[in-house]
Design a protein around this ligand. Structure first.
Ligand SMILES: NC(=O)C1=CN([C@@H]2O[C@H](COP(=O)(O)OP(=O)(O)OC[C@H]3O[C@@H](n4cnc5c(N)ncnc54)[C@H](OP(=O)(O)O)[C@@H]3O)[C@@H](O)[C@H]2O)C=CC1
Ligand SMILES: O=C(O)[C@@H]1CCC=N1
Length: 269
């Protein structure tokens, strides 16, 4: 990161915003960030909220920055990279966060070998609690992976994976926040059904998720061991666990990861 002068985002949507917020929170100077985004409304929002400099021309962005983060939808990758190939000279590093899209496809769109790192972050980056997996493209330099690692560590944890594992990462942690939001909402609904006020139920559900996740992380114990410690023989929890098994919660979550992984593969087409 020391050697990176300016970071440019091609696309200033939800995920770009989460990374920008993480970078600013990690003391990366906002003056060294630039965003190219077609929507006037998004440009205004990013400028007002973070003081980041915004433009609408992707070519100007690539000319100005030495690290480019590709943050458009996978479906518009071709349009977003059109006319940029000759600007991606050897001194530019591209980090792509596109679901499903491989580094060889990006090289094809950029007409040849390029320094590319593929990343799969997630939206909790917005609060510094993101999970990002990284893998290098064939022509990335070792220092490029370190640069990407430093960048995403400002937003949370980083794991290095093989490129063949990126679709599974997308199915697990890339899309995963949506599964967890659904679980929090459902738990709170359960509390409301049993007579708790909505706000109380939501606070208790959220903190229960947060606390349980921290226990797994900080104790290093297998989640099944921790679950067993909550289950008193003949008690309340094991009665609930029986309901979870009857409802197929475990199989449903595994299938959710499988479907998202498959969809990621399709998007890479
Ligand atoms: N959201 C998430 O949780 C995660 C997303 N990702 C990946 O991040 C990428 C972005 O997702 P997300 O932020 O959710 O999507 P958004 O739609 O929020 O952001 C994409 C932005 O790119 C803009 N855009 C469209 N065309 C161009 C173009 N030609 N040049 C520059 N900008 C353009 C869009 O503008 P407009 O709306 O006007 O079209 C939009 O503001 C995707 O590839 C996704 O797979 C990865 C991990 C997690
Ligand atoms: O839903 C999507 O396609 C993106 C990729 C991972 C999270 N959101």
């Amino acid at each position: 990161m020391e050697k990176i002068d300016k970071i440019g985002f091609i696309g200033g949507g939800n995920m770009a915003e989460a990374i920008i917020k993480g970078l600013i929170g990690g003391a990366f100077p906002v003056a060294r960030l630039l965003v190219a985004e077609p929507s006037d409304e998004r440009r205004r929002l990013l400028e007002d909220r973070y003081g980041v400099h915004v433009i609408s021309d992707n070519r100007e962005l690539v000319r100005d920055c030495d690290l480019l983060v590709l943050a458009v939808k996978p479906q518009v990758r071709e349009a977003a990279l059109a006319g940029l190939a000759e600007l991606f000279t050897d001194d530019k590093l591209l980090i792509s966060i596109l679901a499903g899209v491989g580094t060889s496809e990006l090289e094809r769109l950029l007409s040849g070998p390029r320094r590319i790192i593929r990343a799969m972050p997630n939206t909790p980056a917005l609060v510094g609690a993101g999970a990002t997996a990284l893998c290098p493209g064939r022509h990335a330099r070792p220092a490029d992976l370190r640069t990407a690692q430093h960048l995403f560590e400002t937003t949370g944890i980083v794991q290095l994976v093989e490129e063949g594992q990126m679709d599974a990462v997308t199915g697990l942690s890339g899309s995963g926040p949506a599964y967890v939001f659904t679980i929090i909402e459902a738990l709170a609904d359960g509390g409301v059904l049993q007579g708790l006020p909505r706000h109380t139920a939501l606070m208790l559900a959220t903190q229960t998720l947060l606390g349980a996740a921290r226990m797994v992380k900080e104790s290093g114990e297998h989640p099944a061991v921790l679950r067993d410690k909550v289950c008193s023989p003949g008690g309340t929890t094991i009665a609930a666990v029986q309901a979870l098994e009857e409802g197929g919660l475990r199989a449903t979550l595994m299938e959710a990861v499988a479907r998202a992984t498959e969809r990621s593969r399709e998007l890479g087409g």
